[in-house]
Write a protein that binds this ligand. Sequence first.
Ligand code: G1P
Length: 282
Amino acid sequence: MKVVIPAAGIGVRFLPETKSMPKEMLPVVDRPVIQYVVEEAVAAGADDVLIVTGRTKRAIEDHFDHNPELTHIADLPALRELERLAERVRLHYIRQRSPLGLADAIAYAERHVGGEPFGVLLGDTINVCNPPLLTQLRAVFDRHGGKSSVVAIEPVPDEKVGDYGIVGGSELEPGVIDIRAFVEKPALRDAPSRLGITGAYLLTPGIFDAIRETPSGRQGEVQLTDALGRLGRREKVLGVTFRGTRYDIGDRFLWLKTNLEFALRDREIGDRVRALLRESGK
Ligand code: G1P
């Protein structure tokens, strides 16, 4: 399976940090977010990953590149792990010319995916799931005839509805809905439900025509949620409430929270972080 990782967004909520630095390179403990995302794709069986980058995103390519000088001076297990990851998957990069939205970024993958269904994971979101999230989406895709796009969804609180693509539909089986309505970042009163799109997708190639037909929406960007709405008129689009935890690092608080949770689980520093939190809680 091929996986596309859009990583071209400007990272406005994290300025000035993201002025020259990709938000996907922000560290979670000792590795950048995008490394977790690539690991997640590989764990779900991806052997080919296309990362859609843009201006200021060059550090992503450098991160996965072989660095002989470094291997020479430091024989760190974490570095070897990264080398092995980069060897297990063929990584490709393409640059989005202007930040015109998620759907526009995905449109850059059309030739690359070559008429096959493909996975999409956001470059700034880690999904800790067992089985991996794309494996869960694939299972629903296969069970429903292998012809419908599948979107990961989760309930969101009222005050967050305006931050997500929100979907509405009818339940096909526990945890799976046939989506009939898609609204990108609605006002609460216009939301068809409280189910938000979390940013992991398994898409059929029909999405590319749908993107072409979609006019730009909010903030002059072509929204993937709007394109999915169009696709939904021709093909079924399914929503899946998945098992696992999602860590979005897109703003300061969420990034810090993700770091704390991962640090608490870290074998080397977990105890010290716990002690620090206890102390600062006094
Ligand atoms: C994007 C999508 C939105 C989705 C969200 C998940 O928005 O447009 O539909 O719910 O990702 O994180 P963004 O967070 O890039 O504004």
